[in-house]
Write a new protein. Sequence first.
Lengths: 251, 600
Amino acid sequence: MAAEEFVMQVWRGDAAGGAFKEYRVPAGEGMVVLDVIHAIQARHASDLAVRWNCKAGKCGSCSAEINGKPRLMCMTRMNSLDTSEPITVAPMKTFPLIRDLVTDVSFNFEMAKRVPAFKPRPKEADGTYRMQQEDIDRVQEFHKCIECFLCQNVCHVIRDHDENKRYFAGPRLFVRYAALEMHPLDTNDRRELLKERMGLGFCNITKCCTEVCPEHIHITDNAIIPLKERVVDEFYDPLARLVRKITGKKS
Amino acid sequence: MATDGKYESHEYDVIVIGAGGAGLRAAIEASAQGAKTALICKSLLGKAHTVMAEGGIAAAMGNIYPEDNWKVHFRDTMRGGKLLNNWRMAQIHAQEAPARVLELEEWGALFDRTKDGRILQRDFGGHRYARLAHVGDRTGLEMIRTLQQHAVHKGIDVFMECTIARLLKDGDKVCGAFGYWRESGRFIAFRSKAVVLATGGVGKAWKITSNSWEYTGDGIAMAMDAGADLIDMEMVQFHPTGMVWPPSVRGILVTEGVRGDGGTLKNSEDKRFMFNYIPEFFRAETAETEKEADAWYEDKKNRRTPDLLPRDEVARAINAEVKAGRGTAHGGVFLDIASRRSADYIQKRLPSMYHQFKELAGVDITKEAMEVGPTCHYIMGGVRVDGDTTATTVPGLFAAGEVAAGLHGANRLGGNSLSDLLVFGRRAGHHAAEYAKKLTGRAAVGEDQIAAVSQELLAPFHGEGGENPYSIHMELQDCMQSLVGIIRTESELKKALGEIDRFKERTKRIAVEGNRQYNPGWHLALDLRTMLAISEACTRSALERKESRGGHTRDDYPKTDPNLGKVNVVIRKRNGELTLSQEARPEMPDDLKQLLEEQK
């Protein structure tokens, strides 16, 4: 065990303002950042606001910026950080601050309401659906999303330009659109919406979202780029569009 | 601090408290019945405990073994529950689960597939056939996301990060609920014709637990306060396989799917010790040799491996091995799939287990064995409900999921929880809406009720004595872990009751710092009250049941008593005092009795 105690600078404050405050807690084997935050609550600051649930990387509640990097607090082990220096923990920057490490992530839930619903094709005669595993593999990758919103947090389209939130769904929602568009049973078409209202074109493929995804979803390569291709095929390839209109196929 | 007594008001036909699988399914159904419905949850939508469920949804679809059907599932559930189950619930559950799984698929869920394109089913403890519809080892995530998205598209009003603290009553009927927004600390009142409780369990009262901060027994305590009966409160499930090392992750769940997919338990002498712990009750259906056990995975004509005995049996066996000095250095046993299945197979079937051990413990489960031990996981007891309607004993109050009792009897089988949420969540929503439709007139909510609860909620800000809610919580967890754990005895249970009384006194002296805005110290101070109430109910029930059965093992009464199998321990709160009684369970009809015999 290297360090005997951990020194952590945690952002304290609300929308009106705040500052980093330093805390020291005894080090324990295998501790993650969230353990240190809990120890601070128990010993020094019972009102330190933080969201968390599963503590196992499955619920996506405890997103924060640790030493400036967007990560899940429950999956960041202290021994993966340089603990000779104080560790900084700050709230996600892209969302309005509520208090301490808790931000207002309602933007994501509002955008989710605007996604046109799943609309399945009719069932087989026996009342079930048949699908092959290889036809659902790529969609299952998207369904791994735990809605931690770290991808939304790092996306510079909204991180640096709050006003874009009105026209831009963001990587998490693009993953959701991709999951629906590539779902073998779905019959809805969301391409025009993606192009006109959800700002798919704003993404210039810097892959920041992919880098921070704790589920290692290939957000840019497997979701956003194929969506862009589908939009291009639909709206900028007149021949292909005509063929599809006649055959009624969705690509 | 906002002025005491001020609150915002909302009016609905049905409110659903809790937004895990049961709450979401209930809200969807109530709304589909035309009821104006609200869904209220302590966390953000989609973060409830259902999201952590790993292994799958038990449903006798017969996709792998056509000989599977509801009758076999019914029998497995009853035997897994040591026959203490509400047989009507076990019957409905087994009959309706397949339709509820197919419905999820219709709403967009994508389960792993068989070669012929149907829903793949996996082996699990206590299930005779491969029965669990699943998505790798993240089935709960698929289920909650599917339900969440479906609910959102149905336009159900969702109140997130809103904690309900009290049910409101008009005479003997429930007519709403009162609580606070976590974000602002401001109060909120719901006037409602019917209320569905779907608040989950109380695992956070134990130290080693797979449960998150939310599982503080709110719903069970609110129902008890409102006059509802509780049953089987002594029946707590310790899941046999939680992580044990490093200390910071102790208790985090390791899915039973590891054993379902071929993993075996071994002690420090490299022995598969489960063969030494086959109880008489399951002897006829359990393999006696390693060869037979391994053959069972491929061919169900062989008997089931003892690694997949029901959870209560496996948890006790691990406990005994460790006590006998055959545990690992960190007080667990080994769970080995690395030497039995290929790395590819493990990564495909158990991706989140692979990830979890790699990131949190530095263990590569495709190369090394895991260290595991029992972790508090689930409470079979809870609010007494009618098997068909989920109605509690209080008019207007319904309950579904872990908060309700009956389906699982003395021990729940893995995979039967997700199916429980779907089957009885839907029934709760349906019957709550029906009840609301029949109700005429507007309920009268007494301002005195609201004034009283408001005052109680703000008390921790005015406390004198400087008690810290985190310290009391940690001591409660130690108490429940060591005195009301897997193995119980009268002297320890009595000692626990004394400690719980002292914790209750100390909570009156809690003084929280800060203000009402997103204040976890305040929230914990309030959650402690419900945890203490339910810890007491559990401990007193455990004293009352002088036998060992399922999740309740008494060192001083090690045998199962057939007479006690005929009763439930019932708890009621009357005039502020808990009363306990043993009440006869309804007689099982002959056709169901016959099923238990026939399907051997």
